[in-house]
Design a binder for this molecule. Structure first.
Ligand SMILES: Cc1ncc(COP(=O)(O)O)c(C=O)c1O
Length: 414
């Protein structure tokens, strides 16, 4: 009787409003609902083959076969900071094996839940243990950055990064804003392949940025979600991080293996905190464990075991670098195909930024109305800021995208 009465009563959650979809992941939701066979999803940053299919790298399959065959492996809990071998090799991948921080044992690395989880644990650690609770993000940046840092209890501000007029880096503006930020601020930097703009500083500019950050005693926090995806070279894409670590100063690095090893759903990443001495690093590690333990206790074992195997085996590692370069090269070739297709259509405007921009995305310069038109009339799904995932394009879909852009820019009907 009582159970029936309570079942008939209003839900304790009746007051909830329907929340909006995530601006990026919501695009896939809308795409999946569209029954049209010719639809194209350029919203989400996930690599697709020329056939438009997700790719499992051959080297990942080989590593998984080895793991499966190895009867000494088990599914026990990992330590709070994850798989030690994975941590060591991930740090060496981004810092270089001869990095002073590695040699002097001045860093701690914790396996976390991909790039997002690494950022979140880093943010949580800063909120608890760092004096300046203020983070500066580039304008624009990956939308989730705001929420990751704000949810940890840090205040978030922005620094100038992208110049709409030149479609390049607003280097002067960036240096000015870094110079004006309160001393000790956390400065979030995209290690390479800036998302969403595809605009990266040159090596000389990185050196200028390093000086500006160090002069003000700021704390750099690198987000490295695309190592190897920008240039096709793992070492080249680590240049910015290594420039900062070489000066002996402190920094945070969040690494993701989602894109470069195609392990999106496995959630494999690492947070490294570089300190000034091994003594501090040891204490940082002890406190980091206290941050992680009540959040998710310890990270999952499978994806990290794959990465540890690939990074630790010469044969698998070199196969990975070839496959990674293959993905980067296909993206670069899509840039050329799209550029050529727009030129062939005589689409008004200078589209050279499509060739110049780096990494998975192109920041087209199309506005919200143009994007909505392209989605409505051409079933091209992309973020409203005009960002397209070049990794989602293929020879088959380039002409449709070029037609859509041409129509959007010239105001032609589909
Ligand atoms: C700049 C940037 N940082 C972090 C991430 C996080 O990725 P994940 O949590 O899947 O590793 C992404 C993913 O799109 C990204 O673009």
């Amino acid at each position: 009787m009582e159970a029936t009465a309570s079942a008939a009563a209003a839900s304790v959650f009746d007051h909830l409003e329907q929340a909006p979809e995530d601006p990026i992941l919501g695009i896939t939701v809308a795409y999946n609902k569209d029954p049209h066979p010719g639809k194209v999803n350029l919203g989400v940053g996930a690599y697709r083959t020329e056939e438009g299919k997700p790719l499992i790298l051959n080297v990942v399959r080989r590593a998984e076969e080895r793991l499966l065959a190895d009867r000494s492996k088990n599914k026990e809990y990992l330590p709070i900071t994850g798989l030690a071998d994975f941590n060591k090799r991930s740090a060496m991948l981004i810092l270089g094996s001869d990095s002073p921080a590695v040699v002097e044992k001045r860093l701690v690395t914790a396996q976390c839940l991909s790039g997002t989880g690494s950022l979140r644990v880093g943010a949580e650690f800063l909120a608890r243990h760092y004096g300046v609770k203020l983070v500066f993000l580039p304008t624009p940046t990956w939308g989730n950055h705001f929420k990751v840092f704000m949810n940890a209890g840090l205040a978030v501000k922005t620094y100038r990064y992208y110049d709409n007029k030149t479609r390049g880096l607003d280097y002067e503006g960036m240096l000015e804003d870094i110079g004006a930020a309160p001393s000790g601020s956390v400065i979030l930097l995209h290690a390479c392949a800036h998302n969403p703009t595809g605009v990266d500083p040159t090596p000389q500019q990185w050196e200028g940025i390093r000086q500006a950050i160090r002069n003000r005693g700021h704390l750099p926090f690198f987000d490295s979600a695309y190592q190897g995806f920008a240039s096709g070279s793992l070492d080249k894409d680590a240049l910015a991080v290594r420039t900062f670590v070489a000066d002996g100063g402190e920094c945070f690095i969040a690494q993701s293996f989602a894109k470069n090893m195609g392990l999106y759903g496995e959630r494999v990443g690492a947070l490294s905190i570089v300190s000034k001495s091994s003594g501090v690093a040891t204490r940082v590690e002890s406190q980091l464990k206290l941050v992680i333990r009540p959040m998710y206790s310890n990270p999952p074992i499978h994806g990290a075991s794959i990465v540890a195997l690939v990074l630790g085996d010469g044969d698998l590692f070199s196969e990975w670098t070839v496959e990674l370069k293959g993905m980067a090269d296909r993206i670069i070739s899509m840039r050329h195909k799209l550029y050529d297709a727009l030129r062939a259509r005589g689409t008004p405007g200078d589209w050279t930024h499509i060739l110049k921009q780096i990494g998975m995305f192109s920041f087209t310069g199309l506005n919200k109305e143009q994007v909505q038109f392209m989605t409505r009339e051409y079933r091209i799904y992309m973020t409203l800021d005009g960002r397209i995932s070049m990794a989602g394009l293929s020879l088959k879909t380039v002409p449709l995208l070029a037609d859509a852009i041409h129509a959007a820019v010239t105001g032609a009907k589909a």
